[in-house]
Design a protein around this ligand. Structure first.
Ligand code: COA
Length: 257
């Protein structure tokens, strides 16, 4: 598929997806979101990819939300369809079997904040700003914002942001637990890559299991699933390799089997 709104690049088994609408603050129109979904889904079966970075082009915006010009005249039905389609994109990212890092390089507002929250890890540049300003437009978050923001920063803090439309800076986002780390913008991609290179040294089976279980926790079935998946580890070559390597004081060479 030829992409119109995103750039993709694979190196060192890391797929970087760059939202490429800097003149529109990387606003997420419908086709753009479908392109992200396509790239993430394709990566699942691509052995050349072990991790994914989602970022924005330019130094101002990760993504300043859904495309307001696109949805301004939508009907109730079209609005519902927009949210359904957006939720599916976020679902694919959150349920990726390969780690997805949001490298937040500027404004992450509305759908942009929701996109970052669907990723497994968020690294922010010092100039990043987060918020759910939908109420300013007479609408509510439609890509999971009311749910994921509450999960990450707690109900009281989430409600303050959701109800006031206030933006917070990267340091505040770090304090609240919305982002993992804040780094200078020049180091944003390098730091995100370093995390993914580290996960590449682990068994891809265990990485995928942990990612899946982190979502099962949210679905309330995590403990049971963990028991099952823990047992399954004992049937893998990677488990034999990892334990043998430890006991013989050598580095493990995982094969994903
Ligand atoms: N949808 C569509 N277009 C958007 C957009 C969005 N969410 N966010 C920014 N743009 C467009 C602007 O309309 C403008 O287009 P133009 O040059 O054709 O007029 C361009 O991107 C630059 O944005 P501008 O507002 O001029 O930049 P700024 O630096 O003054 O402000 C923001 C940056 C992010 C604070 C501001 O653009 C903003 O508030 N955006 C909307 C955020 C929002 O409400 N998101 C939730 C949507 S549900």
């Amino acid at each position: 598929m030829n992409y119109q709104y995103i750039l993709t690049e694979i190196s060192e088994k890391i797929l970087t997806i760059s939202i490429n609408r800097a003149d529109k603050m990387n606003a997420l129109n419908r086709d753009l979101l479908q392109e992200i979904k396509h790239a993430v889904m394709n990566a699942q079966s691509n052995e050349a990819v072990a991790g994914i970075i989602i970022t924005g082009t330019g130094v101002k915006a990760f993504a300043a939300g859904a495309d307001i010009a696109e949805f301004a005249s939508y009907s109730v039905e079209e609005g519902t369809n927009l949210a359904s389609a957006g939720h599916l994109v976020m679902y694919e990212i959150e349920n990726s079997s390969k780690p997805v890092i949001a490298a937040v390089n500027g404004f992450a507002l509305g759908g942009g904040c929701e996109l970052a929250m669907a990723c497994h890890i968020r690294i922010a540049s010092t100039n990043a700003k987060f918020g759910q300003p939908e109420v300013n437009l007479g609408v509510i978050p439609g890509y999971g914002g009311t749910q994921r923001l509450t999960r990450y920063i707690g109900k009281a803090q989430a409600l303050e942001l959701l109800l006031t439309a206030d933006m917070i800076n990267a340091e505040k986002a770090l304090t609240l637990g919305l982002v993992n780390e804040v780094v200078p913008i020049e180091e944003l991609i390098q730091r995100s890559r370093a995390i993914l290179l580290k996960t590449q040294t682990k068994s891809p089976l265990t990485i995928a299991q942990i990612l899946k279980l982190s979502n099962d926790y949210d679905n309330g079935i995590g403990f049971e699933e963990e028991i099952k998946e823990f047992g399954n580890c004992f049937g893998t070559e990677d488990f034999k390799e990892g334990t043998d390597a430890f006991l013989n004081k050598r580095a493990a060479a995982f094969t994903g089997k």
